[in-house]
Design a protein around this ligand. Structure first.
Ligand code: CA
Length: 240
């Protein structure tokens, strides 16, 4: 039982500023995060390889964590999704998790601008034998979204996952609202944007884009939302 945290280890892992009593929030230390992974993570070997391959090939911190991937797969099953739209695919790690959770006749339309990054994903989608569920569209996301809207895809997706350039966060959300069915789920990634959302020194277009959508959603009567401190922050929005 060496890999189970003992009570004294757990207490040591909790930071001094632990304010659970007052705020009902537990700050997640490295030790607690490792614990979460240890007791929950069931990341399949292929997904782990893709994650490491991405890490070795990219300087960018754009990839979802294993616990987030697993959470997305669970959402796919909870929603009973058959049609998913992914705006921003990168190396296809989240795509792989979601495709694996879809039924055999399920489909993901995956939008990205990069042949280079998505080709890494395509290799693993094939290895995992889920490539037939993924329809990759290489183009500016706005162009693909406009094509989908004009060709009868409005209100047809069960899940829309927004994880592309953050400056267009609000624009993609408007397309998502159009394209997702009533009762369907919009998942917005990186809503805490490395903490920059609360740092007034950061006013670049991406940070402003993330902040701007975050602040609008609370009063958006078209959706019910919850923001989770998972990964880099994830907002779930159910279309009413
Ligand atoms: Ca992301």
């Amino acid at each position: 039982m060496t890999n189970v945290l003992k009570k004294e280890d757990y207490i040591r892992a909790v930071p001094k500023e632990y304010e659970f009593k007052e705020k009902g929030i537990l700050p997640i230390t490295d030790e607690l995060y490792q614990y979460i992974l240890k007791v929950t993570s069931n990341e399949p070997e292929l997904m782990k390889e893709l994650r490491i391959d991405t890490h070795n090939n990219s300087q960018m911190v754009m990839q979802s964590s294993p616990d987030q991937g697993q959470f997305m797969a669970l959402l796919v099953k909870l929603v009973g999704a058959k049609k998913i739209l992914e705006i921003g695919t990168f190396t296809g790690y989240s795509t792989l998790w979601m495709a694996s959770a879809l039924p055999e006749d399920g489909k993901i339309i995956a939008c990205d601008v990069s042949e280079e990054w998505t080709s890494l994903g395509q290799k693993y989608w094939k290895l995992a034998k889920v490539d037939h569920k993924i329809d990759l569209r290489i183009a500016a996301a706005e162009d693909t979204l406009e094509v989908l809207k004009k060709s009868g895809y409005s209100e047809t997706f069960d899940i829309v996952f927004i994880d592309a350039d953050k400056s267009n966060q609000s624009l993609y959300f408007e397309y998502a609202i159009d394209l997702v069915r009533s009762g369907g789920l919009i998942i917005v990634d990186n809503v805490l944007w490395g903490g920059k959302v609360i740092d007034t020194a950061h006013n670049d277009i991406d940070t402003v884009g993330v902040r701007s959508l975050n602040e609008k959603l609370k009063h958006d009567k078209r959706v019910e939302i919850s923001m989770l401190a998972l990964g880099d922050g994830v907002t779930l929005a159910r279309k009413i």
